[in-house]
Write a protein that binds this ligand. Structure first.
Ligand SMILES: C[S@@+](CC[C@H](N)C(=O)[O-])C[C@H]1O[C@@H](n2cnc3c(N)ncnc32)[C@H](O)[C@@H]1O
Length: 173
């Protein structure tokens, strides 16, 4: 799961990723964004690991300024195109594990399914970068995969390995 992995995934994001934006059946994230915008009327927001920018329009509609960052060039290009009419969004190519984030901390930081890198060390570095971007008294809207989805992934991997073994055994006759 490195930058080129996410560049590849971002080319066909809709089919490759279970999008939180599309599967947030109760609109929980949008609701939290709206509540944060009410709490900080002059506030700024950031989408940390914005991907192809699905949540940026909601942030741009409710906050004065939005900083959006990701390290995939492909994702950022799509995010920019989605938001081309928005004058209050700035984009940054940033690796949250390695780089300094090039903007001030914000009142509302959104980070959806980004802290999923297998390496604990990298996850902790990215977590530090994300939490440092929240201004004192601000809000962090953090979405991470549930334990159930991790379990489902595991069972799917086991199933597909079983399938492969069955196919190989059949081939060998
Ligand atoms: C599952 S996608 C989620 C994208 C977006 N937050 C959304 O909900 O549509 C994970 C995103 O995290 C980004 N990402 C992963 N590791 C990163 C890192 N070290 N620095 C910056 N972005 C990273 C990927 O490029 C990808 O766009």
């Amino acid at each position: 799961m490195n930058r080129s992995y996410w560049d590849r995934i971002s080319k066909d994001y809709q089919h490759e990723v279970l999008s939180v934006y599309d599967n947030d059946l109760h609109g929980t994230v949008e609701e939290k964004i709206a509540a944060a915008a009410l709490a900080y009327p002059e506030g700024r927001a950031a989408d940390l690991g914005c991907g192809i920018g699905r949540f940026i329009p909601s942030l741009a509609d409710t906050f004065n300024e939005v900083e959006a960052c990701d390290y995939t060039r492909v994702g950022l290009k799509k995010a920019k195109s989605r938001c081309r009419s928005r004058r209050n969004v700035r984009f940054h190519q940033v690796d949250l594990v390695r780089d300094c984030v090039p903007f001030e901390s914000v009142e509302c930081a959104l980070c959806v399914n980004v802290l999923i890198m297998p390496s604990l060390d990298k996850r902790m570095r990215a977590w530090r970068a994300v939490s440092n971007q929240v201004a004192a008294g601000g809000t962090l809207l953090l979405v991470v995969p549930s334990y159930e989805s991790a379990q489902m992934e595991f069972f799917r991997a086991v199933e597909s390995r079983g399938e492969k073994r069955r196919r190989d055994t059949k081939k060998r006759g």
